[in-house]
Design a binder for this molecule. Structure first.
Ligand SMILES: Cc1cc2nc3c(=O)[nH]c(=O)nc-3n(C[C@H](O)[C@H](O)[C@H](O)COP(=O)(O)O)c2cc1C
Length: 146
């Protein structure tokens, strides 16, 4: 059912290497905690990791997005969190995903190219709709929603 309190938020950030975790184990642990928390909060979305950049689309009720972002910006596994925008939506794009995610692989090059990002994400020019569209296409290719 369409909701009047449904919003989509997009941000970019830069991965900050930890002393212990590898990139892949950081991503796995972020996704596993996100899925648990987002399920409880009614948040869905998709997280892309490309070289040193995170791109994340979050969707859900406004207060749930605010609470989730408040935790995310404090996380020292990344820096320079830049919110590209928050906008009302009629329905979720990532309704099947409490948080889908992927690390870019060469097999995904055509998908990135189709969205003008063959050379990676230019954070200074990243665009809200461009990132939602990229994440949507990657989520279709990703295996099964978790
Ligand atoms: C790139 C990135 C994306 C994240 N996405 C989410 C998310 O969607 N939901 C969430 O609850 N936490 C997310 N986190 C993790 C939070 O920063 C934080 O570690 C976590 O919410 C703490 O949960 P806890 O208090 O249950 O341990 C993300 C962290 C990073 C670095």
């Amino acid at each position: 059912m369409p909701s009047r309190n449904l919003f989509q938020l997009v941000y970019t950030s830069i991965y900050r290497a930890g002393r212990v975790d590898s990139e892949l184990s950081a991503l796995r642990s972020i996704l596993s905690v996100s899925r648990r928390n987002n399920q409880d909060a009614g948040v869905t979305g998709f997280l892309i990791f490309d070289r040193d950049s995170f791109l994340q689309v979050l969707e859900g009720p406004r207060d749930a997005l605010d609470a989730t972002m408040a935790r995310i910006v404090r996380d020292d596994r990344h820096r320079d969190v830049a919110v590209l925008g928050t906008k009302p939506i009629k329905q979720r794009t990532f309704h099947a995903w409490t948080m889908g995610g992927c690390r870019r692989t060469p097999q995904q090059d055509p998908v990135f190219a189709a969205h003008g990002m063959e050379d990676g994400i230019d954070r200074s020019r990243a665009d809200f709709e461009q990132i939602v569209a990229l994440a949507r296409d990657l989520s279709v290719q990703a295996s099964a929603p978790a």
